[in-house]
Design a protein around this ligand. Structure first.
Ligand code: CA
Length: 184
């Protein structure tokens, strides 16, 4: 088991590509948290919080053996102990078409807190369009694994999407994150 730390909001912007036409394809990379990069960090995911700026601390995403898919899951925690953290990654969507996405993930904990997801979609910068920001329902954490599912419809004018997996309290364990395009 490797432990690693990620400085809040120290992430560099990731560029990811989306394969079109296959609605079984998981758009999220490393959604099972099995892959570790050369720096010893969980690949493809970054962490942030939405507390006041002065309360930001070190957010940890560590691999743990308690998994629902594969061998490892991600445990999200923070040195400031306040919760309200998120892990995220980005992907691209074609401009000019509406797209629907289904999110599924498994989570355990946080007792006394909630887990939910958000989609934060941006338009090309030169258009100055307000972001589309959508949230799933909030599910109460417990000691048992639970599944969260959510559907998002992203409008044609947006092409740069981030998926946020959020918790209001820590620690929480997450595994088996999938985002697929719903083509109906
Ligand atoms: Ca896993």
């Amino acid at each position: 088991m490797k432990k690693l730390t990620v400085l809040a909001l120290s992430a560099t912007l990731m560029t990811t590509a989306v394969a079109a036409g296959n609605n079984d394809k998981n758009i999220v990379k490393n959604g099972s948290f099995e892959i570790i990069d050369a720096q010893g960090k969980i690949s493809n995911w970054r962490a942030a919080d939405w507390n006041k700026k002065e309360e930001r601390g070190i957010i940890t995403i560590k691999q743990v053996d308690d998994a629902t898919a594969g061998k490892q899951a991600a445990q999200i925690d923070s040195t400031v102990g306040k919760g309200n953290l998120l892990i995220f990654q980005g992907f691209k969507k074609e401009l000019g078409v509406e797209k629907k996405y289904k999110v599924t993930l498994k989570f355990k904990g946080p007792v006394g807190g909630y887990v939910f997801t958000s989609f934060y979609a941006l338009a090309p910068k030169d258009k100055k369009i307000k972001p589309q920001y959508e949230h799933s329902k909030k599910l109460k954490g417990s000691d048992a694994w639970q599944e969260l599912t959510a559907l998002y419809t992203i409008k044609p004018e947006y092409n740069n999407i981030k998926i946020y997996i959020r918790c209001t309290k820590t620690p929480v364990i997450v595994d088996d994150v999938k985002v697929v395009e719903v083509t109906e």
